[in-house]
Design a protein around this ligand. Structure first.
Ligand SMILES: C[S@@+](CC[C@H](N)C(=O)[O-])C[C@H]1O[C@@H](n2cnc3c(N)ncnc32)[C@H](O)[C@@H]1O
Length: 361
């Protein structure tokens, strides 16, 4: 029997306080991981193998007192393993895939630097709760977008031309034969660069309505030496998509769009006969009850990232504020209303956090 005080289950209070304390701990660990992202600490630890705090400080050229405290926090938090007998620390290879290997499909090491923007916006967010409106996309800053690019880039490089497009055989064939593709909401351009490399005969263009994203995409194309094979254009696709395409992609864009219906209508008009719009969204449900029981536990992430960025920047732009948890039914309904008669869901087991839809007019 639980100990109770005035009808309060004190065991349950203690359990819940434990959960909140764990959340508080995770939140405090965030800046430590952001520092690691700046200084390459997870990468250095992965390279070195088992190492003492003194050796790690010497190798990284950083202050030992900070390094020892950082390693201790990481060991208690379960990111790093500690060998008490030898007083050494190591990053297990499985953890390195998530925290250090920036080409791994499970890489999350860049996301801690993105979270800085969320904390910076707490006052503005509270104002938006009071008075409506939101926080414009421009308020999030370069570090946020650089983190996002490093978050989504590895999956494009691993799966876009190897799995996602080959699942659409006629699109794959058209692009191999020199067709054309547009990535709408291209951000810093990573998917466009991958498409250009994977389909060397295809014409590839990236559209985005955010000027800093287009500038970063052009810089990235130059660095990747594909600037003569791709084109980036600043454009709100609600105003139309110039040209016609075998493939138009929307990677983590549909729910962010201030006005998704007219944008999808433009896209439907810009597809060639047999052309496809490939949409990638978070693998969340459209209804709260299912998200509370989400098998991968993504529900709270979906709604919180929605408030911290997705819904809030769309509301700042006077949009409908779709929110991150669109879910299959809403996506199907929106696609149908916007001129797409066929909506096929695609699931790729190696991309469990995303769900894909192939839309055809
Ligand atoms: C979350 S980011 C995704 C970036 C990129 N697709 C990726 O996965 O890394 C969403 C992008 O969609 C762009 N966007 C939103 N609405 C748009 C519209 N109507 N026309 C063009 N771009 C749009 C935003 O500017 C932003 O860069």
């Amino acid at each position: 029997m639980s100990a109770t005080t005035s009808g309060i289950d004190m065991e349950s209070v203690q359990r819940f306080a434990g959960k909140v304390f764990a959340d508080l701990t995770a939140e405090q660990m965030g800046p430590l991981s952001a520092v690691a992202d700046r200084l390459g600490l997870f990468q250095s630890l992965a390279e070195l193998g088992a190492v003492s705090a003194t050796e790690f400080a010497r190798h990284t050229g950083l202050h030992e007192r900070y390094i020892r405290e950082w390693l201790s926090a990481m060991a208690c938090h379960g990111y790093v393993q500690y060998d008490n007998a030898n007083e050494t620390f190591r990053l297990p290879p499985e953890h390195a895939m998530v925290l250090a290997d920036s080409e791994s499909a499970f890489y999350l090491g860049s996301t801690f630097s993105m979270a800085e923007a969320f904390w910076r916006h707490v006052d503005q967010l509270a104002d938006a709760f009071r008075h409506g409106g939101g926080i414009p996309q421009s308020g999030f800053g370069e570090r946020f977008w650089c983190g996002f690019e490093r978050f989504t880039g590895p999956a494009f490089r691993r799966f876009l031309c190897q799995q996602w497009i080959p699942a659409l055989p006629s699109v794959d064939a058209a692009l191999r034969a020199g067709g054309s593709a547009a990535d709408v909401g291209c951000g810093n351009g990573q998917a466009v660069l991958v498409l250009a490399r994977g389909y060397p005969r295809a014409t590839v263009v990236g559209y985005d309505n955010f000027a800093p994203a287009i500038a970063a995409a052009i810089t990235n194309a130059r660095a990747a030496q594909v600037q003569d094979r791709v084109r980036f254009e600043m454009r709100d696709v609600v105003q139309g998509v110039p040209g016609t395409f075998d493939l138009i992609t929307l990677f983590d864009v549909l729910h962010d769009m201030p006005h998704p219906k007219p944008a999808l209508e433009s896209i439907a008009h810009a597809l060639r006969p047999g052309g496809t719009c490939l949409v990638a969204e978070f693998n969340v449900f459209g209804d709260l009850a299912h998200n509370i029981e989400h098998p991968l536990g993504l529900g709270a992430f979906g709604y919180s990232v929605s408030i911290n960025y997705c819904m809030t920047q769309a509301l700042a732009a006077g949009g409908v504020g779709t929110g991150s948890c669109m879910g299959e039914e809403r996506i199907r309904a929106l696609a149908n209303e916007s001129g797409f008669n066929s909506v096929q869901r695609l699931d790729f087991p190696e991309s469990p956090f995303n769900v894909f839809y192939a839309l055809q007019p």
